[in-house]
Design a protein around this ligand. Structure first.
Ligand SMILES: [Fe+2]
Ligand SMILES: [Fe+2]
Length: 275
């Protein structure tokens, strides 16, 4: 797939070179359709989560300012970019209808009860979510390598997600300096979010993409589970395990020697679990 060399470095999430996509080649890629569509739903629903998080963090002026003026606009831009991609490549798919169904479902799950007991712990939990998104887009960029526009989109979004991680980590450190939460509580918050990340949003998004694209199979849970498993297997091959472990260990603030000692076995264990 050829495109002008200048385009490779100059485009951004507001100006995507959709015209250089080889539609014949991409349209038949079921995996890319579902991965891009599910991601577009979650990103496009992030304003709901932001509103809840802002309410939860009321009084934290600097944090609220960053959430409103940087974080939310960037997450919504991810949603717009991905949905523009999906609509361009698969115009017959009714994105609006599928997203509306997803959002109705998602907004029921996304309530203030989901937050950690203190803002500091919530910042640690947010580091897990941003680790999840950054590593997902890294894997998607590798998986979509044969389709440079989607790969480029994923790489650009990944850079934003890493930046979000850094911000949440910085706010976590500020809270920790004022009121240390203790490693066990941080570990509990991190662990809870890691476990939650295994179900929830992604499966919900995938389900609504599936029922609109294949309405005839909507009652066939087995074929949905098979699709879910297939996509998981495909992404696992590219999952950046080392990056994930390093990002997840950081909020625990372990002594350097201990971090070095646990990092290797954790990476090996994660690789084994992902086989
Ligand atoms: Fe995002
Ligand atoms: Fe993010």
């Amino acid at each position: 797939m050829q495109r002008p060399a200048s385009m490779a470095s100059t485009w951004n999430l507001d100006r995507i070179p959709l015209e250089s996509i080889d539609l014949q080649q991409v349209r038949c890629r079921e995996d890319l359709f579902y991965l891009a569509t599910a991601a577009s739903f979650i990103e496009s629903g992030s304003d709901l989560y932001t509103r809840n998080l802002i309410r939860y963090c009321t009084g934290e002026t600097e944090l609220v300012d960053w959430l409103q003026n940087r974080w939310e606009p960037e997450e919504m831009r991810h949603g717009r970019a991905l949905s523009a991609y999906v609509r361009h490549v698969w115009p017959k798919f009714d994105w609006e209808r599928a997203f509306a169904a997803f959002f109705e479902d998602y907004s029921r799950q996304c309530t203030l009860d989901e937050f950690e007991p203190t803002p500091g712990l919530e910042m640690a939990a947010r580091c897990v979510i941003e680790t999840g998104t950054a590593t997902f887009y890294q894997a998607l960029a590798e998986h979509a390598a044969e389709e440079p526009v989607l790969a480029g989109l994923a790489s650009r979004i990944r850079a934003d997600e890493i930046d979000h991680y850094k911000h949440f980590y910085r706010y976590f450190r500020q809270y920790r300096a004022g009121q240390p939460p203790g490693r066990l509580r941080v570990l509990t918050a991190l662990g809870r979010r890691v476990l939650e990340a295994r179900r929830g949003d992604a499966e919900c998004a995938l389900w609504h993409a599936f029922t609109v694209r294949q309405p005839e199979a909507a009652s066939d849970k087995a074929s949905f589970q098979a699709l879910n498993a297939r996509l998981g297997q495909q992404l696992k091959r590219h999952y950046p395990v080392t990056m994930a472990v390093k990002m997840l260990l950081k909020p625990l603030d372990l002594p350097t020697a201990l971090t070095r000692a646990v990092q290797g076995p954790l990476i090996r264990a994660a690789r084994w679990a992902l086989r």
